[in-house]
Design a protein around this ligand. Structure first.
Ligand code: KIV
Length: 312
């Protein structure tokens, strides 16, 4: 998708008033167009300006600012403890990175559970954090048991706030799910619920559905019945696209990752090795190297300085 080129070309025919070309990143329509061609969509999480720059440079279609950053980047032992204020800091940092990846932002636990109006206010606050924030993502349980979140999502969609719904394993509901477990594989009723939930979410206006940790047959079946893209994580290759958490993908915390991750590099080893080399260089005096890593002062000025000190 050459969004930058398309946007610049279409600028002379624009239908809005602005002093500059404002949309330089993938839109929901761009994502939809790619989905229609059947080409799998790529999505990856990012935590800050640096990781977001990598995701954008690699031309990932979508960038997720997921609340998993609480556990993978901030050291919490669940996503539940993350506050909206802490999260906002990360959203702002990610959005400062340039590039075409479309930004989707999680609604952390506690930002919508207390009431629809609180939830709407927080969703609006998140959308207002940066013009690049294109959609919120909301974790939701089954449509029969989690009627409240269904209603909340419906309210968001009806107000023009784009929603990617997140079903299957929803880490914010870890306690009611009884742990981080595969979903939609235990009983017929659980499988039917998962399917009906996805269909209902499409009906109430979600532009996309993220499916986490469900049997690949279920994810493929649901995808085939929907006309909005699905993004899978631990859901096999029958979804419309894939998402991974950047620290798992790039081995930022070593090589211990969930079963569904294909790690492409082990950055933790590379970083530790680089740091060990730095420490060795500092200790043996080979860093900093005079001439290469140092700055000069004119000899004449230096002598003048020494004499001025000696004179004192
Ligand atoms: O928070 C997150 O990063 C997520 C992914 C696991 C999909 O929701």
């Amino acid at each position: 998708m050459n969004i930058m080129k398309r946007q610049l070309c279409s600028f002379p025919n624009r239908f809005f008033s602005t002093a500059k070309n404002v949309i330089k990143y993938n839109t929901i329509q761009d994502i939809r167009n790619k989905y229609i061609t059947g080409t799998p969509l790529s999505m990856c999480t990012a935590y800050d300006f640096i990781t977001a720059t990598w995701v954008n440079r690699a031309n990932c279609d979508l960038l997720l600012i997921g609340d998993s950053l609480a556990m993978t980047s901030l050291g919490y032992d669940s996503t539940i403890t993350l506050s909206l204020n802490e999260f906002k800091y990360h959203v702002a940092s990610v959005c400062r990175a340039e590039g075409s990846s479309m930004v989707v932002v999680d609604m952390p636990f506690g930002t919508f559970e207390s009431g629809i109006s609180d939830g709407l206010k927080n969703a609006i606050d998140i959308m207002k954090l940066h013009s690049k924030v294109t959609s919120v993502k909301v974790e939701v349980g089954s449509y029969t048991k989690d009627k409240y979140t269904m209603k909340f999502i419906e309210e968001l969609c009806s107000r023009g706030i784009p929603v990617m719904a997140h079903i299957g394993l929803t880490p914010q509901k870890v306690h009611s799910l009884g742990g981080y477990k595969v979903q939609g594989n235990k009983s017929l009723s659980q499988m039917q619920e998962l399917y009906e939930t996805a269909m209902h979410l499409q009906k109430i206006g979600c532009w996309s559905i993220l499916i986490e940790c469900v049997p690949h047959k279920m994810a493929q079946f649901i995808t085939s019945k929907l006309s909005v893209p699905t993004i899978g994580i631990g859901a096999g290759n029958g979804t419309s696209g894939q998402v991974l958490v950047i620290s798992d993908l790039l081995g930022m915390q070593g090589d211990s990752v969930p079963k569904f991750v294909k790690q492409t590099v082990n950055m933790s080893d590379i970083a530790t090795q680089g740091l060990k080399e730095y420490i060795a260089n500092v200790e043996d005096g080979t860093f900093p190297e005079r001439g290469t890593h140092t700055f000069k002062v004119k000899e004449e000025l230096w002598n003048e300085f020494l004499s001025s000190i000696n004179e004192k």
